[in-house]
Design a protein. Sequence first.
Length: 73
Amino acid sequence: MGLQTSNVIIQVNGKAHTLVAGSTIEQLIEQLGMQGQRVAVEHNQDVIPRSEYPHVALKSGDRVEIIRAIGGG
């Protein structure tokens, strides 16, 4: 018998997104293909420092806003 994995549904930039339960902000950014990019993350209306991305676990109903910094002139 295999292990069951539960999922959670969060809102990312206003759209529903499904993740494995216990996923962190860091894992979300990787899943979205944004690792290595300069981003700012807001979790339930709190700005999260980059150093905390691996420590903030996401739960069903959470709201995440990700803003990508784009350089230019």
